[in-house]
Design a binder for this molecule. Sequence first.
Ligand SMILES: C[S@@+](CC[C@H](N)C(=O)[O-])C[C@H]1O[C@@H](n2cnc3c(N)ncnc32)[C@H](O)[C@@H]1O
Length: 186
Amino acid sequence: MDLLKINFGSGTFPLPGWVNVDSDPACNPDVLADLGAFPLPFPDRCARYLHSEDFFDQLPLDKAFEFLRECHRILAPGGVMRLLTPDLHRLADLYVRGDPELMRLWTSYVGLPLRTGSLCEIMNLAMSLGGHTFLWDAPTLTQALAECGFEARAVRSGESAEEALRGIDLRSPENSVSMFFDCYRV
Ligand SMILES: C[S@@+](CC[C@H](N)C(=O)[O-])C[C@H]1O[C@@H](n2cnc3c(N)ncnc32)[C@H](O)[C@@H]1O
């Protein structure tokens, strides 16, 4: 059997050639599934690559750990998972320093009107908007990944040692506060 490439939380941006999974029927995913209900509907070791962009932060903390363990189960030995999620440290740092970059990112890429026009409001909204449940920072995410059987390597947007994982990111440091990891199954 050919190993799969699975994109979790694909939303309205399905990846061609990947099995796109989402719980929203309006997105017309290849597999309609609740990724917060376990076990996930895939057999052991069926995938060579996993990808998930801006979905992981929607899972409550206990489910996030379970999701990572399931990703480990689904990945074949030698498999790699690309994980993009907002970086709480970058977001908080922009806020604490009063950096106008935070306003630029909001205005250009989120665009929701602000009642107060303040970075305080942006910070509050960024923590909860779009279903955000738990925002991670790099050390906490790296530790969680290690607990679940992954070695996390920080990578640049769009880049990867794995050809299949290059150029698939929607987000970059110029249009988001995302962090980017290639997670190797140990
Ligand atoms: C912010 S969108 C990200 C979509 C796309 N990956 C992107 O980067 O733009 C988050 C997606 O996760 C999906 N999602 C949220 N909770 C989910 C769950 N429990 N199971 C499956 N999909 C879920 C939503 O339906 C939505 O399409």
